[in-house]
Design a protein around this ligand. Sequence first.
Ligand code: PMP
Length: 407
Amino acid sequence: MDKQELLNIRADFPILSEKIYNKDLIYFDNGATTQKPRAVVEKIEEGYYHLNANIHRGVHYLSQKATEAHEAARITVAEFLKAGKHEEIIFTRGTTEAINLVATSFGEAFCKAGDEVVVSVMEHHSNIVPWQMLCERKGMTLRVIPANEKGELDIEAYKTLLNERTKIVSIAHVSNVLGTINPVAEVIRIAHQKNIPVLVDGAQSVPHIPVNVVELDADFYVFSGHKIYGPTGIGALYGKEKWLNAMPPYQGGGEMIATVTFEKTTYNELPFKFEAGTPEYIGSTALAEALRYVQAIGMDKIAAHEHDLLVYGTERLMEIEGMRIIGTADQKSSVISFLVGNIHPYDIGMLLDKLGIAVRTGHHCAQPLIDSLGIPGTVRASFAFYNTKEEIDVFVTALKRVVTMLE
Ligand code: PMP
């Protein structure tokens, strides 16, 4: 990405020109949520000002237009993930809701007492707790794939965890703490040898690397709109038709039914079976706009620029004495978690904030991972395609200052 292109991109994100405490904002908390380009915000505005009516119900003009926009958004999401059929895309509130949907509905259809679910040590709470809740409901066991000291999955250990009781494997494509890009194609291939389906948590991958759910052969793949420059409150679940058809609805209500009598209700077909109630139809349309935005830049270009930032950021951070980078996998996305000496991550984050730099501190909703590493948490800088090496320079200078103050 050349300098002018980067400047043009940054101009699309008004918040990047804001001042925080009179300092230029440096936003390195993209793992938590990303900033929104003008095109996405304008799409929301256009939706509410010109296209707002409840979808799938009205015969009137606005309702039809809003329905068309929502269904076109579904096709955009399907194409983005390279899904075979757009009926395999279910809109959800985000990654968390999508995983809860699968844990509940898949669990209801296919799991019983004594069965097992496999997750990894580096999962976000939203890919642990819904499975734990399923295990509690059904009397099942949660098994955990360990990682090595670099933060890479132990594939040999993973193989030994799979057996005839394993009903599903659920794993992050990219760790939000370590940045590790997990070898999900291999994870899926190994599970499929035993006919075990795999859910991939794509919250941290979809915004950063090209994803092809059919090539991966993922059974379920989930992500959040707000982490890929789209609005909050919208995300998607991709599920293979054969699974989604065999799973009961997650929630009951309007839209998800075919017929209702007090004696019996029959359910709508895919994808509507899983979209009870009024969907986030303005959000879905704005999410599609966000996907078009990143596609126009190109996912390969985004991945290459962010990789440059990762390499440069890692090099520059290593200048600092006492620097310890948590997560040094060979395959990494643009996330750098670190600690400096014995300084508490929270203190670093607080002082960086005063200098206009937004980073994340704490356990990053991955407490079991942080506990397993025996650390209090980390400081996390997570980069997006609109970040620059110059910002990294300012960040490293600020961090050096902060470290001297806290040592
Ligand atoms: N999984 C991972 C790997 C994440 O990083 C996050 C968000 N930090 C989530 C799941 C949850 O996403 P959301 O809060 O958008 O549902």
